[in-house]
Write a protein that binds this ligand. Structure first.
Ligand code: HEC
Ligand code: HEC
Ligand code: HEC
Ligand code: HEC
Ligand code: HEC
Ligand code: HEC
Ligand code: HEC
Length: 657
């Protein structure tokens, strides 16, 4: 397997020498990116080579391997594989013969942590002159997504002995760091108590394994593929008891660890800990952060040269001390050094989509719609985390020119306590600032619906941060939904489904699912997601008494929706009488319009008719503008329509129609 990486990196090097003009090639020698033109995709790949050579020689996993102390095959994964070969990107490039290659799923930052010296000054320096932005940023998960082991507030908050002790002991042994991976061997932990945790070891390689009967920092025990990633939803909420409750109405939902292992083919040894980047006990990925994690969960060091960097690798403390910026720091968005003397930034060299817009191309999507061959990236049966941008790309909001920071405050991306298990964001604009009519209807809806806000129905949690097919049952709206969807458009239909398996594949947990689009090429939410989902980290659902989830709902049993047909029945019950009344008003007013010119009524009688007809029309216009036909407040909407019917009928009666 060692051949693969060396082979691919070397072949990339050769290709680079042949394809890239020699001026640009200088990039791979000079390690100061600021003095050279930007690197292109291939140069980015090649740039990793020295670091790989160092790792292949020095990383302890290869010592373990030599001594027969690794359970599972080691798969080497470099930038070539992740950025260029990934998910048929090479086949996509063939669609445009002028492209040599393409990175469909990833956008790469201008700088990476391999650039020395870089021009980063760090967020504290920016904060000295921009305290207002700094203040907001520090309380965000952007600021806290990459933390050193000694900064883990979880220890105090959850009363843990250390990072290897169970976080929810009542449920099981699931811990922040997996078995045998002790804090000393870790550079940083990625994640907050919100969703899950990943770790980067002291060589900045991601952890895709646990250590049996030993400690990573001491080089003892056996490295075993998998059971490496704590997952809060599973560890805390989908306890074996809850799993049994779900299995009562969801065929095939796993209730024991053995069931779980039988479904996905990836397995795990611990309830609440998934195998990520690995197959339990069978295969693990050896992947430095430079090939993947750092694209979005970034870090920068203030070493003067690559030599200093290589010298510190393997020593977590040295790397931590040399860290000048991490997480989504000011300079990831505003450019290294910002506008400061000699800085690279000043403007906005990177937008949100760099990390929040993962596309995927596949042949089937292209065949289905030649002009729109992309969909959101799925790891399994739910759209992945970080795909807000690719969901939004196919929305009315995007078409009308809205972007992430139309709604979001880019600095205060987390408004509530970042150590909490849910997310509220600081919104520069609320839905009703633009949707005034819907806002008015909604303000007159039931208290239950109001509690969840517009987001409750229009932005259900749907995104998954895992490769977690085992507990993803999209037709039942669950059960690994940790991020708000950015699709908004609800389709009222008995059968249409938002998430669909590849053509011909069964609707059971699996891979390669996509988001369906309607006749206008927009994504849509089906009614099961909108109303009946089960999502343990969905703020609007928790605020709204569990909405209609059969597992979480605190409403009467008759309002627990187990399938889409049931939801559709309820919605149609609201909508049908509203639509009938609306149609009646339109028809009647049209008749009056036609007849009024030839009418023999006196002017005063005509004025009365026209006044009534206008009132009826205004109400009909408003109900049409709202567009929810009762879903934004059934009684209020029906009341308005009833009023309009009276006006229209009275006008018609005066006309003797
Ligand atoms: C020594 C004080 C100082 C430091 C340090 C500083 N800034 Fe500024 N920044 C300013 C001033 C003053 C302005 C207004 C500049 C102007 O109007 O020309 C500004 C403006 C900005 C703007 C707005 C630009 C615009 O067009 O309005 C951004 C964004 C910004 N700074 C980001 C940063 C970032 C990121 C850092 C850290 C890399 C940083 N600043 C460090 C003083 C500073
Ligand atoms: C393409 C960008 C991207 C890459 C690459 C990426 N992530 Fe993420 N990750 C995100 C985004 C964005 C989120 C936040 C969820 C969202 O926006 O939907 C996230 C969420 C997470 C979370 C949950 C954080 C929390 O506080 O709940 C963890 C943990 C995490 N990622 C770890 C990793 C690790 C480890 C790697 C490398 C193996 C990685 N990610 C690679 C973009 C990325
Ligand atoms: C996630 C990307 C992102 C990060 C991280 C970020 N900014 Fe910004 N910043 C923006 C965007 C986008 C704007 C443009 C204003 C807007 O759209 O609201 C902006 C605007 C600014 C401005 C102009 C004044 C204003 O508030 O609009 C300053 C100053 C600034 N940022 C400083 C900082 C500092 C200091 C940090 C770090 C503590 C930081 N930014 C972190 C994206 C970011
Ligand atoms: C360099 C990569 C990167 C960029 C650029 C970026 N983000 Fe993020 N964003 C992330 C990651 C990673 C997370 C997950 C952090 C976590 O939960 O640990 C995240 C989380 C978030 C969250 C959820 C916060 C929470 O508390 O759960 C919001 C909202 C968000 N980003 C909005 C934005 C917006 C708006 C922009 C552009 C102005 C932006 N992001 C730019 C990587 C990025
Ligand atoms: C129309 C307004 C709007 C737009 C545009 C928008 N968002 Fe959001 N976003 C929201 C709302 C509302 C929430 C729910 C959070 C809340 O209740 O505070 C949210 C939540 C999020 C979250 C947290 C998800 C979670 O549940 O943990 C992320 C990450 C995020 N948005 C990123 C983005 C990115 C990236 C873009 C641009 C591609 C974007 N958003 C565009 C309104 C918007
Ligand atoms: C900055 C203004 C703005 C904000 C904020 C905004 N919208 Fe919109 N929204 C629009 C526009 C413009 C359209 C396009 C249709 C139209 O012109 O009415 C639209 C369309 C929609 C649609 C119809 C989608 C479709 O495909 O037909 C829905 C649903 C929607 N918005 C929901 C929301 C929700 C929920 C929020 C809050 C999270 C929100 N909007 C925030 C401006 C906005
Ligand atoms: C109880 C669930 C629910 C809530 C809460 C809700 N909506 Fe809706 N909304 C719907 C449904 C269902 C539809 C689609 C009706 C249809 O197409 O038949 C809809 C449609 C819409 C549309 C599209 C109208 C059109 O002409 O296509 C917009 C815009 C919208 N909602 C905005 C909002 C806003 C803004 C809020 C909060 C003030 C909100 N909604 C709250 C269920 C909801």
């Amino acid at each position: 397997m060692m051949k693969k990486i060396v082979g691919s990196a070397l072949s990339a090097l050769v290709a680079a020498a042949m394809l890239v003009p020699s001026g640009a090639m200088a990039n791979t020698d000079a390690k100061n990116i600021s003095d050279t033109p930007p690197r292109d995709l291939l140069e980015n790949v090649v740039y990793e080579k020295d670091y790989w050579e160092f790792l292949l020689e020095n990383h302890p996993i290869f010592q373990y391997e030599k001594e027969g102390r690794v359970v599972g095959k080691i798969h080497l994964s470099d930038r070539q594989e992740e950025f260029i070969d990934f998910r048929d990107a090479d086949k996509y490039a063939e669609r445009h013969p002028e492209l040599e290659r393409a990175a469909v799923t990833y956008r790469l930052g201008k700088e990476t942590f391999l650039d020395f010296p870089n021009k980063y000054v760090g967020p504290k320096t920016c904060g000295e002159c921009h305290p207002a932005q700094y203040e907001k940023w520090t309380r965000s998960r952007h600021a806290n997504t990459v933390r050193f082991p000694d900064e883990m507030i979880e220890i105090e908050k959850f009363g843990l002995k250390d990072l290897n002790s169970p976080m929810f002991p009542e449920v099981g042994p699931a811990s922040i760091l997996p078995e045998g991976v002790d804090a000393k061997s870790v550079y940083a932990i990625i994640g907050t108590p919100r969703t899950k945790y990943g770790f980067l070891d002291s060589y900045l390689v991601r952890g895709t394994y646990h250590v049996r009967d030993g400690l990573l920092s001491e080089g003892t025990g056996t490295i075993v593929a998998g059971t490496n990633q704590f997952s809060r939803g599973w560890a805390e909420s989908i306890t074996p008891e809850v799993a049994k409750k779900i299995a009562e109405y969801v065929d095939g939902f796993p209730t024991t660890i053995d069931d779980f292992n039988a479904i996905g083919g990836r397995g795990s040894n611990v309830w609440g800990v998934t195998s990520y980047g690995s197959n339990n006990e069978e295969k693990l990925m050896f992947q430095p952060a430079s090939s993947y994690c750092e694209v979005c969960h970034t870090m920068k060091f203030n070493f003067a040269s690559s030599e200093e960097f290589f010298d510190a690798l393997g020593d977590a403390k040295k790397l931590q001390e040399a860290t000048i910026a991490r997480g989504i720091s000011c300079e990831e968005c505003h450019g290294a050094g910002g506008h400061m003397v000699d800085g690279n930034g000043g403007g906005m060299p990177s937008n949100c989509e760099r990390c929040h817009q993962r596309f995927v191309w596949n042949e089937a999507a292209q065949e289905a719609d030649e002009r729109n061959p992309f969909n959101s990236y799925f790891k399994s049966a739910c759209p992945s985390c970080g795909t807000e941008g690719s969901q939004m790309y196919f929305s009315a909001h995007y078409e009308k020119g809205m972007r992430c920071s139309t709604c979001h405050d880019p600095h205060e991306v987390t408004k509530n306590d970042w150590t909490s298990d849910v997310t509220y964001t600081n919104q520069k604009k609320a839905c009703k600032d633009c949707h005034e009519v819907q806002g008015e209807f909604f303000a007159n809806s039931g208290k239950g619906h109001q509690a969840g806000g517009c987001r409750g129905c229009h932005m259900p949690n749907m995104g998954s941060c895992e490769n977690f097919a085992e507990i993803q049952f999209p037709d039942q709206g669950g059960f690994d939904n940790v991020r708000a969807s950015h699709i908004w458009n609800i389709k009222v239909d008995k059968d249409a489904k938002t998430l669909n398996p590849p053509e011909g594949a069964p609707r059971t947990p699996g891979k390669g699912w996509t988001i369906a689009r309607d006749d206008e090429n927009r994504g849509y939410l089906d009614l099961m997601w909108s109303c009946g989902r089960t999502a343990f980290a969905d703020a609007s659902l928790l605020d709204g008494n569990g909405c209609h989830s059969p597992v979480q709902s605190k409403l009467p049993k008759s309002l627990h929706f187990k399938n889409q047909e049931e939801v559709y029945g309820k919605v149609v019950k609201w909508q049908s009488p509203v639509k009938e009344g609306y149609q009646h008003v339109r028809d009647t007013v049209k008749k009056i319009d036609r007849a009024i010119g030839k009418s023999k009524l006196s002017n005063s009688e005509k004025a009365q008719v026209l006044g009534l007809a206008r009132k009826a029309r205004e109400i009909a216009d408003k109900v049409e503008k709202d567009g929810a036909w009762g879903a934004h407040g059934a009684r209020y909407t029906q009341g308005l329509i009833n009023e309009a019917v009276i006006y229209a009928d009275e006008a018609a009666a005066l006309m003797k129609l």
